[in-house]
Design a protein around this ligand. Sequence first.
Ligand code: AMO
Length: 447
Amino acid sequence: MNERTLVKNLAALPDGPVTIAGWVETVRDQKKVQFVILRDESGAVQVVNPATRELDEGADDAASARLATTEAISALAHGSFIRVTGELKHDERVKLGGLEVKLASLEVVSEANPETPIASDSSLDKRMDWRFLDLRNPKQALIFRIQTTFLHALRGVWVEKGLIEIQTPKLMASASESRAELFEVDYFEGKAYLAQSPQFFKQMAQAAGFGGIFEVGPAFRADPSFTSRHATEFTSVDTEVSWIDSHEDVMALHEELMVAGFQAVVDAHGAAIQEHFGIELTVPSRPFPRIPLAEAKQIVADRGYVVPRADADMDPEGERQISTYVKEELGHDFVFLTDYASSIRPFYHMRHEGDPSLTNSYDLIYNGVEISTGAQREHRVDVLVEQAKEKGLDPEELGFYLDFFRYGVPPHGGFGMGLARVLMLMLGESSIRETTYLFRGPTRLLP
Ligand code: AMO
């Protein structure tokens, strides 16, 4: 490793020699003195260099080197990557962090083109074109630090509970969710499909006796929409557990995970989130409110918004409205909408004992947008086959999946959650394009 001190660690060091490395943010090139703001992944610091503009007669090698350094700084382009050795000096008068580095030697490791293709006011699309430059902005990088903290906390809960992490295949022989959103790819002599979710294989783990599993991985949907919440490839946070009594148990686990994730994010990044996003993030209280879908539709209707189709899911406006209601009346950012009609749920959802028109399922809405779907699964194979047929699915094609239920399987359930949506709503961002490392949509495959 090249020796260097991270900028964020300078504050704790005494005055003395240091080596730092990072990108040139700005250069202030005054006649007698030059200032360079250098930024690395941890922060920014001021580098100061007394300028040597010309050589006196009989100047020594050291003076020539100082002239060369001065000229090199004058020529530095924004974004060039440099390495600086110098003297760290704490000085309260320096606005940026109360310290500066007096330059002794400069190495230009990698030069940047003088024209930067994006600016802070560039359109989102343009920023996406130059995502690596966009991500140099500390605010954008913070999103992925937050994501790391959030996922780490979730993993902590899963591991502590003894769940097993799995990686399910993303090349499949059949659809796993709606056929309408299926990517088909050539697969040697035949066809394969990109996994829309790990649904079938996370259930397989229950038949395999794993007890409980989790997976954080890619999911693909051939969804042609251009909304702020849809991507053609997204990261799905999935879990599935055995020996549940109903979807209530899944919701309890879901809450526990969210609280752990938010707690970790607030602890590690609360101040930075306030600074960069202007949001005072709080940890949600348990239990999250639960409202049956039919009741939720009635609530929003009473508030003057009628969800267009009575037999359909909440539409985006309905989700916003029910969230507003929950925030106003119950003071909560999250709400579980429960007991979805069987007609709008996949065949694998368990239906109510005694009322097959409803399912043991839920959607989790956060700040007005669905972030997750969860359910208890139907584990009785005869019932499962009937439900598949009812949805127009061919039990033959699903044979491999139905077999999971023919050799003894415990009652189980789980949920899938869109990671970028959680981050978008947590940070008040306007699109999952901001909270996805590299967004994929109908017209975006680059970079
Ligand atoms: P569902 O299809 O509702 O359920 O997806 C679960 C969650 O994944 C996210 N999501 C998306 N995010 C970005 N772009 C998309 N095109 C997209 N589609 C879905 C959402 C959504 O709530 N197998 C079930 C889950 C389960 O029951 O365990 C499933 O996939 O946040």
